[in-house]
Design a protein around this ligand. Sequence first.
Ligand code: FAE
Length: 550
Amino acid sequence: MLRTMTPNLTRRHLLGLGALQTAAALGLTRIGPVPAARAATTAPASRAAAADHTPALVIGSGYGAAVTALRLGEAGIPTLVLEMGRLWDTPGPDGKVFCSTRAPDHRSMWFRTRTEAPLAQFLWLDVVNKDISPYPGVLDRVRFDGMSVYVGRGVGGGSLVNGGMAVTPQRAYFSEMLPTVDAGAMYDRYFPLARRMLGVNTVDPAWFESTEWYRFSRISRKHAANAGLRTVFVPNVYDFPYMQREAAGQAVRSALAGEVIYGNNHGKRSLDRTYLAAALGTGNVTVDTLHRARALRAQPDGTYVVTADRIDTAGRVVATREICCTRLFLGAGSLGSTELLLRARESGTLPDLSEHIGTGWGANGNVMTARANHLWDTVGAHQATMPVMGIDDWSNTANPVFAEIAPLPMGFEHWISLYLAITRNPERGTLTYHAGTDTMRLDWTPEQSKVSGDAARKLFDRINLRNATIYRYDLFGGNRPVADDFTYHPLGGCVLGRATDEYGRVRGAPGVYVTDGALVPGSIGVNPFLTITALAERNIERVLAEDYRR
Ligand code: FAE
């Protein structure tokens, strides 16, 4: 069964969704209008296609990229988007596009032989992860020394795998992190625009209070209140009326069927249902999937050439293309965009890039932790996968923490309260490029993570003390009560105002822009995609107004 549609679609969305479905049905790696001059998608292996040319080239299809593609397309600028992952619109033999979290298969992870879920164990047993066959699956875990980073792969980037929480940062903290950005314009115009475009909505409080599916959140709220802590409802892009129909048995279950980090078959307004559908609907945007941009170089006439490998579902490079563009927009995420610029600077193809490329990277202070509840405090066998509540202690200047109350939908009662805490960690890492191995490394130490872990522990020690509960030590490996060595929220590497100007224009490469989470300096205090989207809206508006008028 195909994934359900988003309600309230414009004609442009419908046109774009039609293009997505046609490409999926025909098994194409190109979505959108296909100019005759461009290379066919079935080009024979190992043949370098003749150099394509496009006025605007966007790398990646996550939040920053999707916003940029839509606004370029609306402005009438022919735009090509390259995405290294696949289009997620074709049902597998089980009739579903995505596999479930409980029974992951090859669709779950990016070229792995075994899944690498954030929770490694249960009762110290290796029962969570499963052997899988390598495939361009939807979730990747990029491992560096001391830190690993989860990212989404596919048309829609992180929106395919994330928990959908669309959180506006505290204004004071936003201004502290991005002091040169006009907060008035962001909070009056760009955050509301981003919320509207992404289809952000909130759970019905009456339903929340009564449904078994959010019992786990209510228990955590009670325990937080016992420790004098405040909880807040958190908006989400999951379609809550749809979720209520799932609960009533009137709609196919997704959030209520344990689906999340390996994709949602229904209900979630991921970018391919929102921004990207609208972008394709302009008729000016084309998306080439399974295309990994590898190298960038400047030409004497001021245009840029991107070298991209087209891969097949076995990961083999089947073609290499050189695509020439007048303007290049990097939306490959904090890691992807930074790596492309670092490689270009170090290999001398864009030698004038700033020394700030690679710096200012942070994990948004992410920490996962879990508590063991008393037998009478059941969390329920039924848990919705979309978080809707957080413990908000960010204004506690001694130890600011915002902790999302996360589900652990195992299908049976386990008495576990799980959290993804966002802490205020001032530590920053540096990404560097190593030519000998053609790899990017992250300079980040366990001591830098410990700052986050310690802050989370202070908050949860307090909750445990007041509720006479303890941590769970069996879930993260190594008998640890907190996991501070992975992040869902990579930020920075091409920080706004340092590696770029105030609107994402890359210093030392006129006509090249960064549009994504790489712009945010390592921390934003809440889940970041709303900020990334709003910032991208702000930046592309300025770029269209100024750079396209010259
Ligand atoms: P991103 O969405 O990562 O998109 C980058 C795209 O570029 C990807 O599709 C890549 O495959 C593609 N790409 C990379 N390199 C290349 C290349 N060389 N050539 C071609 N394509 C390339 O970038 N955030 C929230 O705000 N709320 C949540 O509830 C939340 N939950 C999360 C749960 C999970 C499991 C994960 C992994 C993340 C979560 N996040 C959440 C984080 C959020 O998804 C992330 O901040 C954004 O997706 C980042 O957006 P970007 O535009 O920076």
